[in-house]
Design a protein around this ligand. Structure first.
Ligand SMILES: *[C@@H]1O[C@H](CO)[C@@H](O)[C@H](O)[C@H]1NC(C)=O
Ligand SMILES: *[C@@H]1O[C@H](CO)[C@@H](O)[C@H](O)[C@H]1NC(C)=O
Ligand SMILES: *[C@@H]1O[C@H](CO)[C@@H](O)[C@H](O)[C@H]1NC(C)=O
Length: 383
């Protein structure tokens, strides 16, 4: 047997000591971490993560830095498609990339299962259906139809356009471009006949509230879905009169005169999912919650409600006729009447400037396309 070298015997003593020392040291650290408060460095890193998130996302949850570039994963998905081809799920994917809280599924219209929609069951109109369940059910039993129709419902990719009523549409000859969309959404009494060159001739649906509905039955287009966006309980009663072709007795409770007859069969009438009003107001725009009740400046305009609906239900979303061209202050307020821009008044219910901030984010990030360029900041000297 050879004798151990002195260095080797020293190693035999030192190594176990190192191991024991290490175990002792790390168990102490472990105790500190589990029993003690969070260490200062951990607290610091949590704070800086919070600061980081706050610097990346704004108060509503949208990315601060917006540009029209496609995130890499979307480039991979869509970069390959030929120009002009419908990009499946594009608007929702782009929306999620700037607003990670976005959850796409939300039906366009109420159907007989509407009571299951938990997000709107605890809100009164206009943000939900609470207290209106029975009348809504009775209306839906009569309309019997709850989709866009077999042809559109079966499309695997839909391009939608929301036509605002702004004078910015006037004399831009966008009609034929608008008619190329699968779904053309018009709002309230915006006319088509006589304006086809600028606003197109196709109308898939007309979203209205009673005070905004076309009053002269002859001015309705031949066929389109008549979609009620209800802002108050009385609006459902109005739809019941219209559907059952009953004469409307009093009109107290409406803020202006309302249509008494709508030339549509019940099967062409729909009720817009009130979730879009709720989501636009409280999540996207950040209007005052007011305990979930209608209050000063917390109702989104119908145009923004329609855009919100499209983000959930269309693959691509475009708009035209929104905003104002500040370079032409004498443009008409609406494309179909002679009121000038100076007549704009901020109403009690809407907050136009906050709403425009939201729409600007969508345009800047390329979530929606604005054919008339009225939403993004007008840059002077830029054509
Ligand atoms: C995308 O590109 C790949 C490879 O270049 C090709 O095989 C595929 O067919 C393309 N897809 C589309 C939708 O163009
Ligand atoms: C409409 O635009 C055309 C040119 O595109 C112009 O010649 C015409 O004067 C415009 N009409 C009005 C009423 O502004
Ligand atoms: C719109 O929102 C801004 C910012 O929150 C607020 O200062 C303003 O008073 C609001 N306007 C209306 C009409 O509620």
């Amino acid at each position: 047997m050879s004798r151990m070298k002195p260095t080797r015997s020293l190693m035999l003593v030192v190594c176990p000591m190192l191991v024991l020392g290490f175990l002792f040291y790390s168990s102490g650290r472990l105790k500190l971490r589990t029993w003690g408060q969070k260490s200062q460095s951990e607290v610091d890193s949590l704070f800086s993560a919070g600061r980081y998130l706050a610097s990346v996302y704004d108060k509503q949850g949208f990315l601060h830095k917006l540009d029209g570039k496609l995130p890499v994963e979307l480039m991979y998905k869509y970069g390959n498609l030929s120009r002009g081809a419908c990009k499946p799920d594009f608007a929702a994917a782009k929306m999620t990339s700037i607003y990670p809280k976005f959850v796409k599924p939300a039906p366009m219209f109420l159907d007989l299962n509407f009571r299951r929609l938990s997000k709107i069951s605890n809100y009164l109109p206009p943000f939900g259906f609470k207290t209106q369940e029975n009348i809504i059910e009775s209306l839906l039993i009569v309309t019997k139809s709850y989709g866009l129709g077999p042809e559109l419902d079966s499309l695997s990719c839909k391009k939608c356009i929301i036509i605002g009523n702004g004078g910015i549409l006037f004399n831009k000859s966008l009609g034929s471009r608008i008619d190329e969309y699968d779904v053309v959404v018009r709002l309230n009494e915006a006319p088509v006949r006589g304006f086809e060159k600028d606003v197109g001739s196709k109308t898939t649906m007309r979203i209205t509230y009673p005070e905004g509905a076309i009053q002269n039955p002859e001015l309705y287009e031949k066929s389109s879905l008549f979609v009620l966006s209800a802002f108050k309980p009385l609006d459902f009663k109005w739809l019941r009169h219209v559907i059952l072709k009953e004469k409307l007795r009093g009109t107290e409770g409406f803020w202006k005169s309302v249509a008494r007859y709508v030339p549509r069969e019940p099967s062409d009438m729909r009720i817009l999912n009130p979730y879009f009003i709720q989501e636009a107001a409280f999540k996207f725009i950040g209007l005052p919650h007011n305990n979930g009740l209608m209050g000063k400046g917390n109702i989104p305009t119908l145009g923004t409600v329609a855009i919100t609906m499209a983000l959930h239900n269309c693959d691509e979303v475009a708009v035209a006729g929104f905003g104002y061209d500040m370079n032409t202050p004498h443009a008409p307020l609406h494309y179909y009447e002679k009121v000038r821009m100076s007549a704009i008044k901020e109403s009690w219910t809407h907050n136009i400037s906050k709403e425009k901030e939201f729409l600007r984010k969508l345009v800047k990030a390329g979530v929606i396309e604005d054919l008339t360029n009225g939403i993004a900041d007008q840059q002077p000297n830029k054509q």
